[in-house]
Design a protein around this ligand. Structure first.
Ligand code: PLP
Length: 450
């Protein structure tokens, strides 16, 4: 019989386990427990096949910035599919949605980031960045400038290239990552690694690791430094305020391109259009995806400075994807940007709901299991600890986070755990009343873990 929402949950779960390989999942465990089947969503709530309404405090995978269920987007997508469902932008062709979207992104992006190379996802865009910065330096007569410096515990995607840029040890342990000429330095994670040091001093020390690496590798070898303005999938690690200014100084001083991976931070997540603005940095390239379309269609890209575009513009860059600048995805992204702008979603985050969420989120530190609470705009984390008076972790790392995540899920709240850090990244349209529901469900889950 047809596979629809009307089939019993157990039947859907069995079919799912039999044929569908889930990303970042132990599929045997999934087969035993059964996936939670999400059937629809509206606003900030998901509905599952049992009829439960689940508050999605992760906005899917940090992407549904405008919330679920916006008809305007569905209409734009249908219209575009009828008019021009697909065409590429290879070989001297273009189309209106991609022209309009590239122009809009250039207007929104800071500084002279006025050129967009489109991709289908954040991973693809970071693959583009690897090739583009190396190509840029080669075109400038410096082909040895090919090393890209990144950070441990960074997440930049899961393709061979972007997974190599990332600093996830679990990923590097499988499938032959990293590719050559990628170098990792330590992350500015004061809570876990700062010891007795003052956080700001620690921030400068960790930034200076970049300088040390450049000097060790040789200035003439290093092409770029890539980082997320706020490390997301690594556990929402908010750097000390001293960190980014020092990184910017080092990149300027040694002529190293700065790539800000804005896949999570971009499009309002930190209370400004881009995390680079929140952190006060001037990147040469920004990676974008996720919030660009609020997840309604897969699309990503690299937003590039005038200088880079002009240097690589003189010859053919042998790179591109079938779905670079896909017209339906581009039209959807454009409509999403219209909603973010016309409904003042980002100013609301910056001035009203963000400060309210910060106050409520930080109040969780009064819970006996919570050691610290960090938040920027609408991305936050709490550290679970066995003893509030020390920053020492649980002896079996990750177990408390796993249990807490399960308790959240049982209480109809989606929060993620990264080790023993619980993280949130709700839709940017969440209201103050909905924030109260989020916090009360989080408290309930924490109480059940304690
Ligand atoms: N960069 C960052 C900072 C991300 O968080 C992610 C995904 O979570 C990616 C890149 C990869 O994006 P995608 O999953 O669209 O390939």
């Amino acid at each position: 019989s047809a596979i629809t929402n009307h089939l019993p949950t157990a039947e859907l779960q069995a079919l799912d386990a039999a044929h569908h390989m889930h990303p970042f999942t132990t599929n045997d465990e999934l087969a035993e427990k059964g996936a939670r089947i999400i059937t629809r969503a509206d606003g900030i709530y998901l509905t599952d096949s049992e009829g439960n309404e689940i508050l999605d405090a992760m906005a899917g995978l940090w992407c549904v910035n405008i919330g679920y269920g916006r008809d305007e987007i569905a209409e734009v997508a249908a219209r575009q599919m009828r008019e021009l469902p697909y065409y590429n932008t290879f070989f001297m062709t273009s189309h209106v949605p991609v022209i309009a979207l590239a122009k809009k992104i250039s207007e929104l992006a800071p500084g002279d980031l006025n050129h967009v190379f489109f991709a289908g996802s954040g991973s693809e865009a970071n693959d583009t960045n690897i090739r583009m910065v190396r190509h840029y330096w080669a075109e400038k007569g410096k082909p040895n400038k090919s090393v890209i410096i990144s950070r441990h515990n960074a997440y930049h995607g899961s393709s061979v290239g972007s997974g190599s840029l990332g600093g996830m040890s679990g990923m590097h342990a499988q499938g032959g990552l990293p590719i050559p000429d990628i170098h990792h330095i330590e992350q500015p994670h004061w809570w876990a690694e700062g010891g007795d040091m003052d956080p700001e001093e620690f921030g400068v020390q960790r930034a200076k690791e970049l300088e040390k690496a450049i000097l060790e590798l040789g200035e003439d070898r290093v092409a770029a430094f890539i980082a997320e303005p706020v490390q997301g999938a690594g556990g929402v690690i908010v750097p000390p305020a001293s960190y980014w200014p020092e990184i910017q100084r080092i990149c300027d001083n040694y002529e190293i391109l700065l790539i800000a991976d804005e896949v999570i931070c971009g499009f309002g997540r930190t209370g400004n259009w881009f995390g680079s603005e929140t952190m006060g940095i001037r990147p040469d390239i920004m990676t974008i995806a996720k919030g660009l379309s609020s997840g309604y269609a897969p699309i990503g890209g690299s937003v590039v400075s005038d200088e880079i575009a002009s240097v690589i513009g003189g010859s053919e860059f042998n790179h591109g994807y079938t779905y670079s600048g896909h017209p339906v995805a581009a039209a959807v992204a454009l409509e999403n940007l219209r909603i973010l702008e016309e409904e003042n979603v980002i100013t609301q985050v910056r001035d009203v709901t963000g400060p309210y969420l910060k106050e409520q989120w930080e109040s969780l530190v009064d819970h006996p299991l919570v050691g610290e609470a960090k938040i920027v705009g609408m991305m936050g984390s709490i550290a679970l600890v066995p003893n509030k008076n020390s920053r020492a972790p649980f002896s079996e790392a990750g177990t408390a986070g796993f249990i807490c995540r399960e308790r959240c899920f049982a209480n109809n709240l989606v929060m993620r755990h990264v080790g023993d850090r619980m993280i949130i990244s709700p839709p940017l349209v969440i209201t103050t009343e909905e924030i109260d529901v989020l916090i009360s469900r989080a408290r309930l889950a924490l109480d059940e873990c304690y």
